[in-house]
Design a binder for this molecule. Structure first.
Ligand code: BV8
Length: 256
């Protein structure tokens, strides 16, 4: 059974060299961004992200799904990284290697100062054409087009956010690197994820099987909670700063 103390968790990873932070929608919750499983209030609450975040869903009704992403984009650009994102960025001052592997598409880890972020499910800040043949477009690339969703300037296909939809393969290079880091890390912090979406959700299991210390941070129990070394119950914006403070204390102590 996982121990539940921040102090014990800090002691356990105090001498770690390489850390992976595996994050999901919950880490952005305190920035005002809805997660997938506690649906938003308002008009979007009656729609199922599992339906909309698919190629079929987009082809069926491009302007509807485009509007959903524009709605989410509007929330993200007005959002700020929260104390949890910032604590994760501060880990880079405490450990030689810190890699953030995120399922989120909001870019808040980078805005908080994390310098090595693997976006397993892409980003809402870049665009691609329907089958991701042409990628890396910015919003300015369509400023001259009236039509929404816009068309690919190269092939004329519908433009979509450069995210990974259900049923689509994850970007191979990102997934390979995330798997390597998860197998090699001394410790993994699993923050704000229900850990039900694969293949991403296999990464904490990879870390556990490779002998890493796994610390889960989540207000709710998840399928991982019983397998994690520590399962710290609480919001990331509260628990992660406490963990970083405990690690900083250890650095000051003589045997730290
Ligand atoms: C793939 C980007 C194969 C888009 C996302 C049928 C057909 C095909 C595939 C499948 C299928 N059935 C199942 C699958 C596999 C499928 C899958 O895993 N489905 C699940 C639902 C069973 N996976 C896929 O489809 C993947 N692709 O398998 O392709 C393939 C291979 C080769 C060639 C072709 C095909 C692709 C999955 C990626 C989907 N895209 N996002 C977008 O965002 O719009 S997934 C999206 O949902 C997120 O990225 C994330 O991964 C997932 C949501 O999970 P979480 O982040 O964990 O969020 P959630 O709301 O669930 O949980 C929030 C947690 O936070 C909770 O635990 C909560 O307690 C906690 N929390 C709340 N507040 C706080 C907090 N924690 C901390 N602090 C707080 N304050």
């Amino acid at each position: 059974m996982a121990e539940n103390s921040v102090e014990a968790a800090a002691r356990a990873i105090g001498r770690a060299r390489s850390i992976v932070v595996f994050s999901g929608a919950g880490v952005s919750r305190e920035s005002g961004i809805a997660t997938f499983r506690d649906p938003e209030e308002g008009i979007w609450s009656k729609y199922d992200p599992m339906e909309m975040a698919t190629l079929e869903g987009y082809v069926r009704d491009p302007s509807f799904v485009w509007t959903w992403y524009e709605h989410r984009f509007g929330i993200v650009v007005d959002a700020e990284p929260n104390l949890g994102h910032r604590a994760i960025a501060e880990l880079e001052e405490l450990f030689p290697t810190v890699t953030v592997v995120t399922q989120n598409i909001d870019g808040l880890h980078q805005r908080a100062g994390s310098t090595d972020v693997i976006e397993l499910h892409g980003t809402m800040h870049r665009y691609a054409c329907l089958h991701r043949k042409h990628v890396g477009f910015k919003r300015d690339d369509f400023a001259d087009q009236e039509e929404r969703p816009p068309r690919c300037p190269v092939c004329g296909d519908l433009i979509r956010p450069e995210v990974v939809w259900f049923g689509e393969a994850l970007p191979a290079a990102e997934l390979d690197r995330a798997q390597l880091r998860s197998a090699a890390c001394d410790a993994m912090l699993v923050v704000g994820t229900s850990a039900v979406v694969f293949p991403a959700a296999a990464l904490p299991l990879q870390a556990i099987h490779s002998g890493a210390t796994v610390i889960e941070v989540n207000p709710e129990p998840t399928a991982l909670s019983r397998q994690a070394t520590f399962s710290l119950r609480g919001p990331g914006g509260e628990v992660l700063p406490q963990l970083v403070a405990a690690l900083q204390e250890r650095r000051k102590a003589p045997d730290g």
